[in-house]
Design a protein around this ligand. Sequence first.
Ligand code: ZN
Length: 249
Amino acid sequence: MANSYSIGNVFGIPIRVHVTLLIFLPLFAFSFMPAGGPQGLFYGALGAVGLFASVALHEIGHSLVARAKGSRILEILLLPIGGMARLNALPRRPIDEIQTALAGPAVSLALGIAGLFFAPLLFSFNPLLAVVIHELGRINIMLVLFNLIPSFPMDGGRVFRAALVPRLGRLPATQLAAKVGRGFAWLFGIWAIWPVFHGGTIRFTLLLIAYFIYQAAGAEARQAEWEALAELQRGQPSGLFDDLLRKWR
Ligand SMILES: [Zn+2]
């Protein structure tokens, strides 16, 4: 992707950082600062790096399972609003897609439990580090909960779509999941601007995430329609053919 920089390879997967993340990184470091002064800033920066390492590990979780199911991983891109694993294609069998979608939250859950477990043990040796590790543990648990909301194309939404495929067919399942995803995007958007009506400030990151989900849900639905049409034109009716017939009847 343009405007991004490679920071290395993990398991042969290129990890790239979008330029906007480099701009936001100092803000994240300030929000992590467990104390004032240069020492606080050092641990704040450590927390910010730890946050995006957590996000990268979440995406590596998705990627390794997807690769085991036959997908090719192009890159993992880190953005201020989160991470994104870019694949040549997602695994298509619903069970494979569910396992791929759950692999990211599983990694975050392990990181969250590890952070919350080790932070108290570290406290007597290095209280500032302990505070940062505890905060990272808490954020990883929140990442699990947030990602499992069935808001397609977030992880929970992918599980939701995959669970619908055997019953509805791929295209209608994607269209329904995209509608539900857009509904959640509206809810997130309202939640993001809600504080404005009570003298607060916009939850800007959440607003960006809402916008991203809204756009991405529409794009996924369009892609499913396009794939179904391509399948039809190739004259290879499959499950998708039934989906289209159902749509047109
Ligand atoms: Zn994920």
